[in-house]
Design a protein around this ligand. Structure first.
Ligand code: CU
Length: 173
């Protein structure tokens, strides 16, 4: 699956997510996946009325592009929230998503070895972020994206309370 087709699909996915709050997960072919949600909210927060879409695209050269689009965030312009790919699926408790996904054999900083998607909200309550990594996510793990209350601390990966979770689905493995 090429990058250009992924980009077209990403735009369509964002629109779909806006009309499907709390909706389920759709699966694309070609080793890509996405999630739309949030699937779980952990108490009232800036994300109570938000819609989010996550796209995971495996490029032909063995790298991974993960994109997060979010709308309807009730926060002031310029506020930054942490977000990461986590190891486990979403659940009723924020802790159900487990620890950060950390890629076996990856090198570099903590951020380089994980998938961080911190985003800053604009005046309209929208935000997006993207992470590119030179490896493919381990398809044996179900995964999710957790949105946190605070920006991610670079040294520790800590980002405060878990506010929302979006399930990611694989490509049928
Ligand atoms: Cu996290």
């Amino acid at each position: 699956m090429g990058t250009s087709s992924a980009r077209r699909w990403l735009l369509g996915g964002s629109v779909a997510a806006m009309v499907a709050v709390g909706g389920g997960v759709a699966v694309a072919s070609g080793g890509s996946s996405r999630g739309a949600g949030p699937d779980y909210l952990y108490g009232a927060s800036a994300f109570t009325n938000a819609s989010a879409a996550v796209h995971v695209v495996n490029t032909g050269d063995g790298s991974t592009h993960v994109t997060l689009h979010i709308t309807g965030v009730d926060a002031g312009a310029g506020q930054t929230f942490g977000a990461h790919v986590h190891r486990n699926p979403c659940g009723p408790l924020g802790s159900d998503a487990g620890a950060h996904y950390q890629h076996a054999g990856a090198s570099g900083s903590l951020e380089d070895r994980e998938v961080w998607l911190d985003f800053t909200v604009n005046a309209a309550g929208n935000a997006h972020s993207e992470a590119v990594r030179p490896w493919l996510l381990d398809e044996s793990l179900p995964r999710s994206v957790i949105i946190h209350a605070l920006p991610t601390a670079p040294d520790t990966g800590v980002a405060g309370a878990r506010l929302a979770c979006i399930d990611l689905d694989g490509d049928g493995h």
